[in-house]
Design a protein around this ligand. Structure first.
Ligand SMILES: Cc1cc2nc3c(=O)[nH]c(=O)nc-3n(C[C@H](O)[C@H](O)[C@H](O)COP(=O)(O)OP(=O)(O)OC[C@H]3O[C@@H](n4cnc5c(N)ncnc54)[C@H](O)[C@@H]3O)c2cc1C
Length: 396
């Protein structure tokens, strides 16, 4: 059976689903390929163990897509405390210092993905192809053809949003630089003795960063603990009481004792950047199909949503204009790659600086952090850049 659509999106994770919904709302006919229908997963503490920190820029996109108002349970974080294992100084980022009520929101990933799916199902311009394995992609100047066992889908623009192990990237032979970070992330949800008070905690341990992000409930936080693979696997299999004790110690008991932990999942962490976000005039790669960042800054989905925002802006004319016209995406591809490269470089530098145990370097780092924490203007600018509201973020 042959199907035709203005745009095909492969992958309805958060990024692909946002792109498909936005384009459908702008009048494009969209076919979405997805392997699995998203389902809500919640553990024994009542929360999904996968959570994402969304920036104000991402929240604006969800408002524009009319998704934000249907979200139940976005936990705001108003402060972020960053400190390290060795030093005495830390950094304290407050939303109030940039005139905002919150720095961002923590959202459970699977309920958000399920909500997007529901919205796509209700959208008349969207056709969902569930579980249709993509076995070939053919491109020419005028059209892209996607081949499955049962269908052939023709489109003027293909968005590859199929995540870290992208089939689109593979079928088109797009080259990517992949770097192993030497870390696995151990993710779970924990109940703490003291309430989080809407504060996100990040401690740079010598073996890797440990983040605790506030949940909707006052004493529940989600944890992402990046560390060498052997440590992650050992901590995954520890009995709960021993794990809770190690975690509370590693957090300097900032939230008192850790009273309970949910199931612990391990994610190998790689950083990756594709050679081109626009490998053919009618193909774009977005989200984790295009780049993967270390989760220490919680930027993955946010960067993917920036891709979506830029795609929607570029295609806000008439759907009858060709969305894969020659040269249309060159600037997009350059800018998105440059921003990703900058952030991957920053994340790598952060990890290296904080992993250095040399006493001279530790001293310098501690002095630098103390100075930065008091340098109000620079700190304010840093917060704005991290929120995607600064001049560098806007430029790129
Ligand atoms: C532990 C951890 C914590 C994180 N914390 C944060 C955070 O706080 N903030 C943040 O912004 N980011 C965070 N991230 C990163 C974030 O989770 C990812 O960047 C994000 O999920 C990527 O979204 P995506 O839609 O690009 O890809 P994915 O979520 O991987 O979605 C890809 C979709 O494509 C589908 N698919 C794949 N192949 C095919 C195919 N051949 N045909 C059809 N469908 C296909 C998949 O089923 C999936 O639904 C974290 C990551 C980890 C590992």
């Amino acid at each position: 059976m042959a199907i035709a659509a203005d745009v095909v999106v492969v992958g309805a994770g958060l990024v692909g689903a946002a792109a498909a919904l936005g384009l459908a709302q702008q009048g494009y006919s969209v076919v979405v390929f997805e392997r699995h229908k998203p389902e809500i997963r919640r553990g024994k503490l009542g929360m999904d163990i996968r959570n994402v920190a969304l920036s104000p820029a991402s929240q604006s996109l969800l408002e524009r897509l009319d998704v934000w108002r249907s979200i139940n349970g976005a936990a705001p974080y108003r402060r972020m405390c960053v400190w390290e294992e060795r030093g005495t100084k830390g950094m304290d980022f407050r939303a109030a210092s940039v005139g905002r009520e919150e720095l961002g929101w923590i959202l459970e990933q699977s309920p958000l993905a399920a909500l997007f799916w529901q919205r796509l199902e209700a959208e008349s311009n969207v056709e969902l192809l569930l579980g249709a394995p993509l076995i070939g992609i053919r491109t020419d100047d005028n059209v892209v053809k996607l081949v499955t066992r049962d269908n052939e889908v023709e489109t003027r623009l293909l968005l590859g949003a199929d995540g870290a192990r992208s089939t689109v990237r593979e079928l088109l032979g797009v080259r990517a630089e992949m770097v192993d970070t030497g870390h696995h992330a151990l993710a779970s949800v924990v109940r703490t003795e003291l309430p989080h008070e809407d504060v996100a905690y990040q401690r740079f341990l010598l073996s890797g960063p440990l983040a605790l992000l506030p949940g909707v409930e006052a004493n529940l936080s989600s944890m992402v603990w990046s560390q060498p693979p052997e440590n992650a696997l050992r901590r995954q299999s520890l009995p709960d009481p021993q794990f809770c004790e190690e975690l509370a110690q590693s957090l300097d008991f900032r939230l008192g004792a850790v009273q309970a932990v949910d199931e612990r999942s391990v994610f190998p962490l790689q950083q990756m950047l594709v050679r081109s976000f626009n490998p053919h005039s009618r193909v774009l790669l977005i989200g984790e199909a295009a780049r993967i960042l270390h989760p220490l800054a919680g930027l993955g989905v946010n960067l993917g949503f920036e891709d979506v925002r830029d795609v929607l802006q570029r295609l806000d004319g008439s759907p009858s204009d060709d969305p894969g016209a020659d040269g249309l995406w060159r600037r997009f591809a350059r800018r998105r790659r440059a921003r990703s490269q900058l952030l991957i470089g920053l994340m790598t530098a952060f990890r290296r600086v904080y992993a250095a145990s040399d006493p001279g370097l530790s001293w310098a780092r501690n002095r630098g952090v103390g100075w930065l924490d008091n340098a109000t203007t620079i700190k304010t600018q840093l917060i704005k850049e991290a929120l995607g509201l600064g001049s560098v973020a806007e430029l790129l």
